[in-house]
Design a protein around this ligand. Structure first.
Ligand code: PBG
Length: 326
């Protein structure tokens, strides 16, 4: 008989499988997204995202208690403002919803690492991520507003700035703005590689940011491209990005891997709203085992090369990981 390899030797029982395991998901890898709204007494489920809620600030504390108790080190805040206008001025208002949420979170939970998403689409009446002039998104004028937004978030106490707007030069502009305002120690997590994806649908319901005209394809990337992702990432690293993000995660695991191999900065995978909702819907139907599927997906992102995972599953996953240890 021709000789062959006995791979099953290393799979014989739980102990050896644990010893041979190459990648691990841990609650320390998670960034948990939260949506904050004005008002009082609001904890309102987002219809297309089961178990994800809008929180008014008075409801936020209990939620943060849970996040901290589960050992999740970090949150990212998305604001849903009451008023929108053409240039997204609520994005940088001192008493904007995100600025207030950051202050509250840092005051009550000084050790919780608070990130701020720096973008304009939730705040503009046209729903685009930048300033619109003559029917087009004006790159450099958008940068001015984004810098103001990032500085206002850092001033409120944000530990990290996470710009997702996909304007060219946003990392350089925001870095310069933060440095000038004395925030040279606040890192930038750049959504360097953000695709024009249909997986953002439920998020856009959540924050009411569907573009009122056109789409985001003049600034977000074409899903068919991978070499373009490397160029985007290279320029963001050169401009001073401390951490890179790939978004979405599941359909772009190859991009996570390529960035991880090419660049020496930490990589974050954004497991986006549509990915979350697909799993939830199938689980509600009883078609998949939610726990196992979620842990498998998150492990896949780690294996692909992500150090951090931004995921709406974070609380559930942290709970399951904890149970597995007990
Ligand atoms: C833009 C932004 C988007 C998401 C996070 N930040 C959406 C978009 O480009 O429309 C999507 C996240 C998700 O789907 O979970 N500010």
């Amino acid at each position: 008989m021709q000789s062959f390899q006995r791979h099953r030797r290393l799979r014989q029982n739980g102990s050896i499988r644990r010893m041979m395991r190459e990648h691990h998901v841990s609650s320390a890898d998670f960034i948990y997204p939260l949506f904050v709204v004005e008002g009082e007494g609001i904890k309102k489920e987002i219809p297309s995202m089961p178990q994800v809620y809008h929180y008014s600030l008075d409801q936020l504390e209990a939620e943060l208690d849970e996040v901290v108790a589960l050992g999740i080190p970090s949150i990212i805040l998305f604001g849903v403002p009451e008023e929108k206008d053409a240039c997204g001025s609520e994005a940088y208002a001192e008493d904007g919803i995100v600025q207030k949420a950051i202050r509250l979170a840092k005051e009550r939970f000084p050790d919780l690492y608070v990130m701020a998403d720096t973008c304009l689409c939730q705040y503009t009446d046209h729903g685009h991520c930048g300033v619109v002039e003559n029917g087009a998104i004006h790159n450099d004028h958008s940068l001015d507003v984004l810098v103001k937004t990032a500085v206002s978030q850092a001033t409120a106490g944000a530990d990290m700035i996470a710009p997702s707007n996909m304007m060219d030069g946003f990392v350089a502009a925001i870095r310069a703005g933060l440095d000038e305002a004395g925030f040279e120690n606040v890192p930038i997590l750049s959504y360097a590689v953000k695709y024009a994806s249909s997986f953002y649908g439920p998020f856009r319901d959540a924050v009411d940011s569907t573009p009122q005209f056109g789409d985001r394809r003049t600034y977000q990337m074409d899903p068919a491209n991978s070499r373009e992702a490397l160029r985007e990432a290279a320029s963001d690293v050169a401009e001073g990005a401390d951490v890179l993000m790939v978004k979405p995660g599941l359909a772009y695991m190859d991009i996570i891997r390529q960035l991880h191999d090419r660049f020496d900065v930490p990589i974050t995978a954004y497991n986006v709203s549509g990915e979350y909702s697909m799993v939830k819907a199938a689980a509600q139907q009883g078609w998949i085992n939610e726990r196992n599927v979620v842990l498998e997906l998150l492990t896949g992102m780690k294996r692909a090369g992500a150090e951090l995972i931004l995921t709406y599953h974070a609380k559930d996953a942290a709970r399951w990981l904890k149970e597995a240890k007990e």
